[in-house]
Ligand binder design. Structure first.
Ligand SMILES: [Cu+2]
Length: 181
């Protein structure tokens, strides 16, 4: 044969590849273990009788390399006491901030709402482009149209509720409409 020395090299490469594969598998298991232990630390989820409902949570797809994304939803409060959105999470973001967008001296600016976002009694508040929104910070990767992003919204009184943000196209002004079949 003309490539006498190659099989040894290939075997070494294969061994190396399998070592890397083992490390990868161990890392994946560690990540899973961490995720499970974090889940155990989550506050007790709000029960179904909560007067606060989160309608149609969605997020915007991001271009490659973007580190932040906007996320939106309508929050309804059918109760007779006001509540307040105090924090949020998304499993693709290191942290989530609650932002307000406003025009100051003709310039569109946004700022974090330090005290959270009030949700009026017997009313609703809309998070939408150009207004209140959630800012997903330090993204692990780009958000792709059609992707579902798991997260939580935490209210002062109603507690923590799970949400799933459906990703709409880059620059979308509204969530992708439901297409009932
Ligand atoms: Cu923002």
């Amino acid at each position: 044969m003309t490539f006498t020395h190659r099989p040894a090299g290939i075997a070494r490469a294969a061994r190396l590849a399998s070592v890397f594969h083992d490390i990868e598998a161990k890392l994946a298991l560690t990540a899973l273990a961490i995720a499970l232990s974090l889940a155990a630390l989550q506050p007790v989820l709000a029960h179904d009788a909560s007067p606060v409902h989160v309608e149609q949570p969605w997020a915007r797809a991001t271009p490659p390399g973007a580190k932040v994304a906007g996320a939106f939803a309508t929050i309804e409060n059918h109760g007779s006491t006001p509540d307040r959105l105090v924090s949020a999470t998304a499993d693709v973001a290191a942290r989530v901030e609650i932002h307000e967008m406003a025009v100051t001296d003709g310039v569109m600016t946004m700022r974090p709402l330090a005290d959270g976002l009030p949700v009026p009694a017997d009313g609703s508040v809309e998070l939408k482009p150009g207004s209140y929104h959630l800012m997903l910070m330090d993204l692990a990767g780009p958000l792709k149209e059609g992707q579902h992003v798991a997260g939580t919204l935490t209210f002062e009184k109603a507690g923590t509720m799970p949400v799933e943000f459906v990703v709409a196209p880059i620059g979308a002004k509204a969530p992708v409409a439901h297409t009932p079949q």
